[in-house]
Ligand binder design. Structure first.
Ligand code: SF4
Ligand code: SF4
Ligand code: SF4
Ligand code: FES
Length: 958
């Protein structure tokens, strides 16, 4: 169902919508209306445009009926029922405005106001407070009780949360915050403690909000009708004056936000109720962690230097791009056309990514372009293309609300995709059953009112063995959805696959010991997935970042096909994409072998279309992938790189190898908002623009294209697409876009899955899920409905090949890595926000047994050594990991998580095997040698940057 974007639906209708075929007709204040059965009287009245005063009701939460402000009179009904909790009935006659109701409402309001600070003029909510509004609505003019009775006016504020305050003196105990935390977020961190007059909101699990179980999603702040829960930024800056709808630049959920502004200053980010990916919810990153965008570390002037040991020199944009272009041309003349390349950014917009790959293909004249998806979801692209015919997830996020069984494998949605995590938990609370396959006991395994029926804590690196064992059970126990397979899949491939997975070596009894999971649990999981109704698989980097990442993705697609769990709501194969626009960067042709729309560069017809549009001859052979670029750099044949908005020196595996490759290049051009780790090896720095500073689009994990809208001018003077255009022109390849909408028009004209996409259509619909073309003008929420994109689904053989990374006496533990809610990816953004209050360093999780046998206690410094390198972290002793497994996050460069990860990678796509590294952990007292070198180098680079600020115009040494 396409939800048409409607700004008018911002109006709070009091209670949630109900879906029902049956319509009920009633009369409200003499006007007739028909609404779906189950609708509240309050909502029906609101739909008629009739305002009933309310305090405890809001349409994002189920009605609670506590404030007694919304009383109405109903013919034939005794008393004064609360309109928020009273459902409509056929023929009902409702009166919302009578003298008696006016008196009752005024009396209730009088009680509230007698225990409320009368500081409206100086209150941070002034003008945006529902209590104030309702007091006006009910015509309250005086408070007969005075203000001297027992009250809560002297209660202390809780200011512990870095982003919002809790001022209990203003609390009207409406319970909206508690319900928001339960229903919207699913954390259950709040409760009402005490009874009657003593009732107060309390954060569970701690003395204050910061120490409590609260994850700072902001849902309670959003729900609070008064200034009790209020953003600190609003307290400081005052109420915003205008808002612009845009899209979060953090994770692949792609939440829609209102950027609320005061002049040019961003006051707060409020999740957009009409957002089709988030429906008004958010997480701590998108909601609050936007301070990085104006952080003093932002570099806003272009800089150049000849050697990385030279101080930076600030130059004009023209000087910087001309210098970069002359270096690129010099290097190509000296070392050949293929000696340079580019990396697109999954944080930048579709339009910007498209331009970078166009620059490489048309301006550099080669296909040496790649993107960070190389190190995350490239196996998704490969695996799903082979089996289903399209490199993307099959569903909308909302589809999960139709799922009966959810299988989460190698993903941690509550940390990495939090708003989807909340939606999933909501579905689990409604009764869906959950299987978690993960080495770690992630939050979903046991969260409030939602827990996994089965947690298969497999050994890192054994996903394929597990998937084959699950398939074995389905095939050998007669659980195949044969009519689906016969109708929709290639018969020969199915037969071959069926025979393969039926082999005894793929049975749970054979694979269970390899995975470290009981065969009974594997059998139970397979039966539940195959027979529990609509079954959906959600997976993440714990599947892809392996030497058999692509094999696992194909194994997942096989499971969905063999059980018929694809092609409708509630089922499907759902890759949870990491960065905000990783889907888009792949769609836009960022891979060295594919033009936009996943069409191979060797396809003469496709290439001819682009050649005609771009006015150049394109190369028919795939270019270099990122790891190949590094190898070629070390081999002396790859000499220059244009890297937009990625931090490969931190994010890519085997850091020492990456930095050696960067050091071997003669011209590294980095375009970023900060001097990131890669920029420390750069010769040209072009100031990047944050998502607040440009127009464009992002595509989220459900293929949803959403608008990014500029709310302030680029601090560096240019949006990223403008910088790329300058560079193209300096290289002699003409680009002349006046606005990103023109770039999207070009994308649409050249990409069959985007034919109907335009800014006008996006504004009309709110967002669109591709394919969006003449066959699907409103977009495609669910894929593969009638047939697979490739025609018949193809079962692929998925033989289990153990990783070469093996434990032994020297390296007896397996390290796996992941993310944490409050930090994002390489941390460049979130480390520069108050999110460090929750996570200020990466720690090594180690099981108590492994810790004890090594004499390690909580907080000790421990050396983590692998075959690739060594680093030092502090220990966190935790039963979240199984014995024999250790785990860390990778958000801080000095942690060196990628110093220890190896060069192993997926056989099909080169996606690094981040998730399996054999290590030993020992107690230590000093940083590792790498950390010492890193510190020295970083200090030196920071000094060179600082010196730049003092440097007047100095010529670049040649
Ligand atoms: S904090 Fe706000 S939402 Fe929560 S009970 Fe008090 S007034 Fe209501
Ligand atoms: S911020 Fe979110 S998690 Fe924290 S109390 Fe409010 S609703 Fe609950
Ligand atoms: S869930 Fe993702 S997209 Fe949504 S607010 Fe959080 S980081 Fe942003
Ligand atoms: S709004 Fe209905 S009882 Fe509070």
């Amino acid at each position: 169902m396409i939800n048409i974007f409607d700004p008018a639906s911002d109006i709070d209708l009091g209670t949630p919508a109900r879906e029902s075929e049956a319509q009920v007709s009633l009369s409200i204040d003499g006007r007739e209306i028909s609404v779906p059965a189950g609708t509240s009287v309050m909502r029906a009245a609101a739909l008629l445009g009739t305002t009933i005063p309310k305090l405890c009701a809001t349409d994002s939460l189920e009605a609670f009926g506590s404030c007694r402000m919304c009383l109405v009179e109903i013919d034939g009904m005794r008393g004064y029922p609360a309109s928020c909790t009273t459902p409509v009935t056929e023929g009902m006659v409702v009166h919302t405005q009578t003298p008696k109701l006016a008196t009752l409402r005024r009396n209730v309001m009088e009680l509230y106001i007698s225990d409320h600070p009368l500081d409206c003029l100086t209150c941070s909510a002034n003008g945006n407070c529902e209590l104030q509004t309702v007091a006006g609505q009910v015509g309250l003019r005086e408070v007969r009780y005075g203000y001297d009775g027992a009250n809560h006016l002297d209660e202390q504020k809780d200011v512990s949360n870095p982003y919002f305050d809790y001022d209990p003196s203003k609390c009207i105990v409406c319970n909206r915050c508690v319900r928001a935390c339960e229903e919207t977020q699913g954390t259950f961190a709040l409760t009402i403690s005490g009874r009657g007059f003593e009732s107060r909101v309390a954060a569970a699990g701690g003395e204050n909000f910061l120490d409590s179980e609260c994850v700072s999603c902001g849902a309670c702040v959003q729900a609070c009708p008064t200034a009790t829960l209020m953003e600190k930024s609003v307290v400081e800056l005052g109420q915003p004056e205008r808002s612009v709808i845009t899209t979060c630049a953090y994770c692949g959920v792609g939440c829609s936000f209102k950027a609320e502004m005061k002049g040019d200053q961003l006051v707060r980010m409020v999740p957009d109720k009409n957002g089709q990916a988030n429906h008004g919810h958010s997480c701590v990153k998108g909601r609050f962690a936007f301070g990085y965008a104006t952080h003093p570390d932002r570099i806003t002037k272009p800089m150049i230097r000849k050697h990385i040991s030279d101080p930076w020199q600030e130059v004009s944009w023209d000087e910087a791009v001309n210098y970069a272009a002359s270096e690129f041309r010099r290097i190509q003349l000296e070392y050949g056309r293929d000696s340079i390349g580019g990396i697109t950014s999954s944080r930048c917009t579709n339009e910007e990514t498209y331009l970078v790959q166009k620059l490489v293909r048309a301006g550099f004249g080669n296909n040496n372009v790649d993107t960070c998806a190389r190190v995350c979801h490239s196996p998704t692209g490969y695996g799903l293309k082979q089996t289903l015919g399209e490199s993307a997830g099959t569903q909308s996020f909302d589809s999960v609300m139709q799922a009966d069984v959810v299988l989460v494998i190698g993903a941690n949605p509550t940390d990495a995709h939090p708003v989807f995590g909340s939606q999933l938990k909501r579905r689990l609370r409604q009764g869906a059953r959950l299987i978690v396959i993960d080495p770690r006991r992630i939050d979903l395994v046991d969260s409030p009112h939602a827990r996994a029926e089965l947690h298969l804590a497999l050994r890192p690196g054994t996903n394929v063995a597990m998937l084959n064992a699950l398939a074995h059970v389905i095939v050998t126990e007669g659980l195949v959805k044969q009519d689906f397979v016969d109708a929709r899949c290639e018969a020969t491939d199915f037969a071959r696959w069926r025979d393969f997975v039926s082999l005894p070596e793929n049975s749970p009894e054979a694979m269970g010991p390899i995975c470290g999971v009981s065969p009974d649990d594997i059998r139970a999981a397979a039966r539940l997935y195959a027979t529990g109704g609509n079954a959906a698989i959600y997976y993440g980097l714990g599947v892809t970042e392996h030497s058999q990442g692509s094999t696992s993705v194909m194994g997942i697609a096989n499971l969905a096909m063999v059980t018929g769990n694809i092609g409708r709501e509630g089922v499907g194969v759902n890759p949870l994409r990491g960065q905000n626009n990783v889907q888009g960067s792949c769609d836009m042709g960022s891979f060295p072998h594919e033009l936009p729309g996943y069409r191979h560069v060797s396809n003469d017809t496709v290439r001819a279309q682009f050649e005609q549009a771009w006015g150049v001859t394109l190369q028919p052979d795939p270019g270099l992938r990122i790891p190949n670029m590094f190898e070629a750099a070390l081999g002396g044949t790859f000499k220059a790189l244009y890297c937009q908005g990625e931090d490969i020196a931190q994010s890519d595996p085997n850091t020492q190898h990456v930095t050696a490759a960067l050091s071997a290049m003669e011209c590294v051009v980095v375009q970023d908002i900060f001097l990131n780790e890669t920029a420390k090896f750069a010769h040209v720095f072009l100031p990047g623009s944050s998502f607040l500073e440009k127009d464009g689009t992002f595509t989220n994990a459900e293929r949803r294209i959403s608008r990014v809208r500029k709310v302030m001018d680029p601090l560096g003077g240019k949006a990223d697409w403008e910088a790329t255009q300058l560079l193209a022109n300096a290289l002699g390849y003409k680009m002349d876009y006046k606005h990103p909408s023109q770039i999207m028009d070009e994308i649409a004209s050249l990409t069959p899955t985007f034919t109907r996409v335009s800014y006008a259509e996006l504004d009309r619909h709110g967002s669109l899920q591709w394919p969006c073309n003449d066959a699907a003008p409103d977009g495609t929420p669910t894929m593969h409905i009638e047939e697979f994109v490739r025609g018949k689904g193809r079962f692929m053989l998925t033989g289990y090949v153990p990783t070469e990374e093996k434990v032994n006496n020297r390296y007896p533990l397996l390290l796996t890595t992941g993310r944490i809610l409050s930090q994002y990816n390489v941390g460049a953004q979130t480390r520069r926000t108050d999110n460090v209050a929750w996570h200020e360093e990466d720690r090594l999780e180690i099981h108590p047994t492994d810790a004890e046998s090594r004499g390690i206690t909580e907080g000790d410094w421990v050396g983590v050594g692998s075959r690739a390198g060594q680093t030092v972290l502090r220990a966190k002793v935790s039963e979240r990991v199984a014995p024999g497994v250790v785990y860390t996050t990778f958000h801080f460069p000095e942690s060196g998580a990628n110093v220890i990860t190896t060069d192993n990678s997926d056989w099909a796509t080169n996606c690094p095997e981040y998730k399996v590294t054999a290590v030993e952990v020992t107690r230590v007292y000093h940083p590792s040698e790498w950390q010492k070198r890193y510190q020295e180098f970083s200090d030196e680079q920071r000094r060179l940057l600082k010196d730049r600020r003092r440097t007047e115009k100095v010529e670049v040494r040649r």
